[in-house]
Write a protein that binds this ligand. Sequence first.
Ligand code: UN1
Length: 506
Amino acid sequence: MTRSAQLATPLLERFGVLAQARATAADALRATSPIDGAEIGRVAPVTPEQAAERIQRARAAFLAWRTVPAPRRGELVRLLGEELRAAKDDLGALVSIETGKIRSEGLGEVQEMIDICDFAVGLSRQLYGLTIASERPGHRMMESWHPLGVVGVISAFNFPVAVWSWNAALALVCGNPVVWKPSEKTPLTALAVQALFERAAARFGDAPEGLSQLLPGGREVGELLVDSPEVALVSATGSTRMGREVGPRVARRFGRVLLELGGNNAVIVAPTADLDLAVRGIVFAAAGTAGQRCTTTRRLIVHRSLADTLMQRLQAAYARLPVGDPLEDGTLVGPLVDQAAFDAMQAALRAAEAQGGQVSGGERVLAQQYPDAWYVRPAIVRMPRQTDTVRQETFAPILYVLEYEHFEDAIALQNDVPQGLSSAIFSNDVRETEAFLAADGSDCGIANVNIGTSGAEIGGAFGGDKETGGGRESGSDAWKAYMRRATNTINYSRELPLAQGVRFEV
Ligand code: UN1
């Protein structure tokens, strides 16, 4: 048995999913660890019939769950949070093994799940509607928020479990069951999370059967979820290409979508920036998670006067970055998820070079030790301008560096990409930072000052506009996407005045 399989096996055993992770079917999904490329499990995909049946089961659960008082629904999410706390080390380790994240980021992902559970428990007592002044005497208006229906979740490999939790914790307190199609690259962490959910449901006692359903499988399974009229909301995280297909398909049946697609996140470094902060913020956001977050910093827009100094400092920091086994203490950059990710990175670097870029780093490392895994030195590429390649999202640690002279040009460059997820400015000039945050500043769903683009907390709404898809998950009032709104007008008078002064008397 390889090392990654050796480490994964006892974890799967503790979650009680080892048998499910040892499927023998010819079409089983193969989970491999990016750490060494070795197989760590096989999971049987659902057949179309099973998928339809699980969606039906969720639908049946909805009919019961929607009438359970929201604070009681919150109790189930509280128990889920407890299970996650108890399993944090094991689940964090499994996330690291299945995705190649460093230990601290695997644990951080589970912490993010715990945080959203806590948030959702509080929210379960705060699903407020408004009362609204009526124009008619003896009338009152209000709005009520009701459970929506089955929520379908399609998640990506890079946050294999946190994305489910942002959706599931809110959906559950909002009165909705969840049907989850995890990335086919990460079926094992999905099995583990489903097992934790079932433990929480068993402790809860009278939760309707089928509140959380797992649909392991490939694209066809995702399509079933997208096309099912029983699925009221499809929350999909992944590439813009995927979103372009999912959005219209769900719209065709008048379903609701929540899309979390690509990002092409930039950091602006202005002349007054605290460079120590900027260097730390940029290195974590650009090279951390091996560049495989949707919030990863992919572009650096630096004032001309600082460009050489900042480049030197970044290059020195990059040279010290420990790349290697993500389970080892001290490693900061783990592997890319697979060879396809490596090939895409190399293709982007060659294209950037052809467009005038000066590349440093980006080469494969540790190939002798791990012939089937894909470790790279994070790359910095100084670009003469924002070319086609820079405007695309490549899911790898490539930081393109662009220079600016006037502040307005920095904002224009920042916004001149198709994506609109996250952005940041390092500056101590309040005029600049406020301009960056203003209506005609950054056009992203996330705009930060003096911190990097990645690592958002769950308390805010998470998501972005343009090709990022427009969805918002997690904190603030993102819960509203998971409920349907009813406007109620109540007449407590003995008259029947019509709105807008219309007269209609027989
Ligand atoms: C993602 O990469 O899909 O802000 C989500 C962050 C994390 C979430 C990333 N909280 O980087």
